[in-house]
Design a binder for this molecule. Structure first.
Ligand SMILES: [Zn+2]
Length: 236
């Protein structure tokens, strides 16, 4: 059975819940090598002066962080317009735009709640040549926020294209995804909202829905296509 936390009213204690969770701490210590625990002198000084960072983090959690493997809990609907959830949404949107990515989920900032944001501005779309945009069915879309989303497959045709994830930084791989899906949930105002997404937008939705289940694209990828985005630079 899934652990259903945070309990209603406990959102302000999210940071403590995440940091104090014994399962997270023990699995984290098991997966960390001594080398990864070493901090630079600057980090040492910074930690001496400032308190440890608490979620929602201002950086994207990386693969290996147990929070990325957790099952995200639903948000109490009455709390959607509260300051904690609103702050979480703002953090996700800011970070998504700063990182120049097209979607981000709450677990990626250390909060295992069922929230994701997505946005595909034209300026990012135009970084891809027209033939790629057409092949991948890429189209811009405005900011969308989904809380407690559910997904339904509208077109079960499966297409495989390269995708990446800010939580698996520096890599990409081909991932098979359904061609069209409908996602429904609450928006940032706590209102019911749904979106029929096809092509690349459907891929984005499926990727984010996976994050809420503790699934990363590397779990679904065609493994022989796993690629460092810098492989060609390394040869130089
Ligand atoms: Zn991702």
């Amino acid at each position: 059975m899934a652990v259903c936390w945070p309990k209603p009213g406990a959102l302000t204690a999210l940071s403590r819940i995440v940091l104090d969770n014994p399962c997270i701490r023990s699995s984290s210590s098991l997966s960390s090598s001594p080398a990864t625990k070493q901090r630079s002198y600057w980090q040492y000084l910074r930690r001496k002066v400032l308190k440890p960072p608490v979620p929602p983090f201002s950086r994207v959690c990386q693969v290996g962080d147990p929070v990325l493997r957790s099952l995200a809990a639903p948000v109490e609907p009455s709390q959607v317009t509260g300051k904690d959830v609103q702050a979480l949404i703002q953090r996700l949107v800011r970070l998504m735009r700063r990182e120049r990515c097209v979607a981000l989920s709450a677990p990626q900032v250390g909060i295992p709640l069922q929230v994701f944001v997505a946005e595909y501005p034209t300026r990012l779309l135009e970084e891809h040549p027209p033939d790629v945009r057409q092949a991948r069915q890429m189209a811009p879309f405005p900011l969308r926020v989904f809380i407690n989303p559910t997904m339904r497959v509208l077109d079960s045709q499966v297409v495989s294209h390269p995708e990446g994830c800010r939580s698996v930084h520096g890599f990409s791989a081909c991932v098979p995804r359904f061609l069209a899906v409908q996602v429904a949930g609450l928006n940032e105002a706590g209102e019911e909202s749904s979106w029929e997404a096809c092509g690349w937008a459907a891929r984005i939705v499926q990727h984010e829905m996976d994050h809420l289940q503790g699934i990363l694209y590397v779990d679904r990828m065609e493994s022989r296509t796993f690629t460092s985005v810098r492989w060609a630079d390394v040869r130089e």
